[in-house]
Write a new protein. Structure first.
Length: 154
């Protein structure tokens, strides 16, 4: 389980998403998030920048992504993703995470499960959406149609 770190004494000048540069799943979704946030965030790997935040243990960067804001606030795990969407004008996810304990718990559990099974979820992501995070191919629609056809034939 990742630790929720709320503050750093070493804030960046620009909102910064710190992610695991060795993780294919992470890289795929980081690319997607970069498109959504349109350069409002800086994306760096913890392998490159963990030393810039000496009050956050490197082992915690290994467990979860972190969004670190210029005022020093730190958002961890799923809330780092939800808060990053805040910069696109989509505030509901971060709001729900902050307001509803059931949503926070569900998000944290799902995040931890995915983090422990990154290879599987990366393969699943590519099978359902294609290899290119910039241009999704909605293969899952084909799979769903195939299931319906098989069921109809039975």
């Amino acid at each position: 389980m990742f630790a929720k770190i709320n503050q750093t004494e070493y804030p960046p000048k620009k909102p910064t998403m710190v992610w695991d540069g060795t993780c294919g799943f992470c890289k795929f979704w980081k690319t997607r998030w970069q498109l959504k946030t349109k350069a409002k965030l800086r994306f760096v790997t913890y392998q490159e920048e963990a030393g810039e935040f000496p009050d956050i243990p490197e082992k915690e960067f290994k467990k979860a992504s972190r969004l670190i804001e210029p005022d020093g606030r730190v958002y961890s795990g799923p809330d780092s993703a939800y808060r990053s969407l805040y910069y696109t004008g989509d505030e509901k996810w971060h709001h729900w995470y902050q307001q509803y304990s059931w949503f926070e718990k569900l998000s944290d559990e799902a995040y931890n499960h995915i983090a422990k099974n990154r290879d599987f979820y990366f393969k699943l992501t590519k099978a359902l959406l294609g290899e290119d995070p910039v241009n999704f191919k909605f293969y899952w629609l084909f799979y769903l149609l195939a299931v319906f056809v098989i069921l109809a034939l039975l």
